[in-house]
Design a protein around this ligand. Structure first.
Ligand code: DAH
Length: 335
């Protein structure tokens, strides 16, 4: 018996020597002194022994078990102390803080302003059906307006949305009237790239539907938004525009802040940057969203979020924003 117990002890020590992880040690512990271990079996066999044998072997086995337990626990403790050493909080590590992307910052700023005006923030899918991206927005197949928004058509019959305006239909379907939503998001177009054009950029859509909503409400919201974003009275101009989903439609430009209105590659030398498309929601669009145009009116607008970020942070080339160039993006260390 003594020999058997010594053997167990030696085997245990040999296994502990090569174990390096806590999990291994715990496995060894259960094998050697757990309920189903050999030593536990020996202990349970004691009941069949004579009283004398019980006395002799009982204490021998029990002592060996205790000894084995303390060997294992010492080893566990050793391992724990060793791993603690790696967490030395007296060492002064340099910490590189990251920052939010300029688009994320401007999106948060503008949604915060809109939320204060009572808008709810919603999001929609980037992979969209032709119906939500075009048809429901009063842009039927073969409409010339589709030419300006060429995009990527997917094998599954869907497309990458060209505008956040798809949210107008989703929101009307989901919430009905009255309604006040804004929807920031990524959009895609098949574009030739230059300082002011990317195939992937960001917009924010806004839409208000209620009884008696008018153009004055639209202008008020636009002006306040720009003033709050730039914290100054920026020079804006309103032009009549055309969008199939609004009637009448407007385009709002702001004076290029990169060149101060003198003309540069970012503003195509015009001194103005197109920022917002907007207008009174076309009755066909309201109908597509299940809202009665005789009862409700509304306005909608789509801001170029990417352009807004470029103006606000004086970024003169749009391609920087998707480049993932940390040296450049690091400058926006606003968390
Ligand atoms: N979706 C338009 C675009 O990408 C922008 C736009 C124009 C949005 C007029 C609107 C709107 O909501 O009313 O060019």
């Amino acid at each position: 018996m003594e020999q058997k117990l010594n053997e167990l002890k030696e085997n245990l020590k040999a296994e502990l020597k090569i174990a390096t992880k806590e999990a291994d040690l715990l496995n060894i512990k259960s094998t050697y002194i757990g309920k189903k271990s050999e030593i536990s079996l020996l202990l349970s066999n004691l009941k069949d022994m004579s009283i004398e044998d019980k006395k002799i072997y009982g204490s021998l086995i029990n002592n060996t078990k205790k000894e084995m337990e303390s060997i294992i626990n010492n080893r566990l403790e050793e391992l724990e102390n060793k791993s603690n050493i790696t967490f030395d909080d007296t060492i002064d590590y340099p910490i590189n803080t990251g920052s939010l992307h300029p688009i994320t910052i401007i999106a948060k700023e503008i949604t915060d302003i809109l939320k204060r005006m009572g808008f709810t923030v919603v999001t929609g899918p980037e992979m969209e059906s032709e119906y939500y991206n075009f048809e429901a927005l009063n842009v039927p197949k073969d409409h010339p307006a589709r030419d300006m928004q060429d995009t990527y058509f997917l094998d599954n019959g869907m497309l990458l949305r060209t505008q956040t305006s798809d949210n107008q239909i989703h929101a009307m379907e989901n919430y009905g009237a009255p309604l006040r939503i804004c929807a920031p998001g990524r959009v895609f177009r098949n574009e030739d790239l230059d300082a002011n054009h990317e195939n992937t950029f960001f917009q924010i859509e806004g839409m208000v539907i209620d009884k008696g909503v008018s153009i004055e409400n639209l202008l008020y919201v636009m002006q306040n938004l720009l003033r709050e974003i730039f914290q100054e009275n920026v020079l804006v101009r309103l032009r009549p525009g055309f969008f199939p989903f609004t009637e009448p439609s407007y385009e709002m430009d702001m004076s290029c802040l990169i060149c101060g209105g003198k003309g540069c590659p970012t503003c195509k030398n015009s001194g103005w940057i197109e920022m917002v498309g907007s207008g009174m929601i076309h009755p066909n669009v309201l109908k597509a969203g299940g809202i009665n145009p005789d009862e409700y009116t509304g306005f909608a607008f789509g801001f170029g979020l990417t352009r807004l970020a470029m103006m606000k942070y004086k970024i003169n080339d749009i391609r920087v924003l998707n480049s993932g160039d940390i040296r450049y993006l690091k400058e926006f260390n606003i968390n």
